[in-house]
Design a protein around this ligand. Structure first.
Ligand code: ZN
Length: 292
């Protein structure tokens, strides 16, 4: 089976804080783990994370990994799949410009134009994919398998509907969800892989992976596993209320549970067990290059 590890490089706890402790302290832990396991991955940076930490971006790239783009600020660049307080989507006419600026910010930091993208929260859209195509992107890893549940393998999306196969050059990489189980969530979020590796542990996630591999086998499809993790998950995150600016946020407990050393150990175990199962690891752009 082919595996893509995608690391979304952003502020601590996604959009919920302005801090970069996780990016600064968690990213080296990913790099160390990947080097020990002899694999490479894709690091999707927001424009502001890249612009504020150009040395880190260059270091990631110099370690042999791909640097991709993850919007400017972690804004909703596509269709929101569920409501989040204070989080609103761009207007359709804003999407092109927003993605162009995000791309230029990552390019300025990396010294190389990104060719792989991932939408914050996997909130992608047809307008977004068309904009990425115009910007020359090769890969987009935003398709949330847990929500749409139809595409299993990488595919060229349709210009009028990014969730079906079409003739765009960009390749869509579905992010893994366990479709072998029945969902009890109205949006299917309980099928998603995130953040099981640290809330329930690597072995729990592996049971879902094995279940999904069986689901693929029954359909004659080679299992393709694309994951998303975050540097802030590998660094201890505040539990409870986080104050900044003019108020506080209190992330749901599962959002910050077991961030730090436990998450590092479980991710390492996950990679080890995937390698034992014969998994091969690729960067997002390498998968795009494999798809005809
Ligand atoms: Zn993100």
């Amino acid at each position: 089976m082919r595996v893509v590890l995608g690391f979304d490089c952003e502020t601590d706890v996604g959009s919920w804080t302005p801090f970069y402790e996780g990016l600064i302290h968690g990213t080296p832990r990913f790099l160390d783990l990947l080097q020990r396991r002899g694999i490479t991955a894709t690091f999707f940076f927001t424009g502001v994370a890249a612009g504020g930490h150009p040395d880190l971006v260059r270091h990631v790239q110099n370690c042999g990994h791909e640097v991709g783009c993850h919007s400017i600020y972690h804004e909703t660049v596509g269709d929101p799949l569920f409501e989040i307080p204070g989080v609103y989507p761009l207007l359709p006419e804003e999407v092109d410009n927003r993605l162009r600026v995000a791309t230029e910010m990552v390019e300025a930091a990396a010294g190389r134009r990104p060719v792989s993208f991932r939408a914050p929260r996997l909130f992608g859209s047809t307008a977004m994919v068309n904009a990425l195509e115009r910007l020359g992107y090769l890969a987009d890893s935003s398709y949330p398998m847990y929500f749409y549940r139809s595409r299993l393998a990488p595919y060229h999306p349709d210009a009028n509907d990014w969730t079906i196969e079409g003739t765009l050059k960009i390749v869509e990489l579905p992010t893994f969800a366990d479709l072998s189980m029945e969902s009890k969530d109205p949006y299917g979020r309980d099928l998603d892989q995130w953040p099981l590796f640290r809330t329930e542990g690597a072995e729990a996630l592996l049971r879902h992976i094995d279940g999904y591999a069986g689901y693929c086998q029954a359909r004659g499809v080679e299992p393709f596993l694309c994951f998303y993790f975050h540097p802030w998950e590998l660094h201890p995150m505040p539990q409870g209320e986080i104050h900044y600016g003019e108020g506080s946020v209190r992330p749901d407990p599962f959002i910050v549970k077991n961030c730090g050393q436990y998450a590092v150990e479980q991710l390492d175990l996950l990679v080890e067990k995937l390698q034992e199962r014969g998994a091969e690891f690729f960067q997002a752009r390498q998968i795009a290059e494999q798809v005809q």
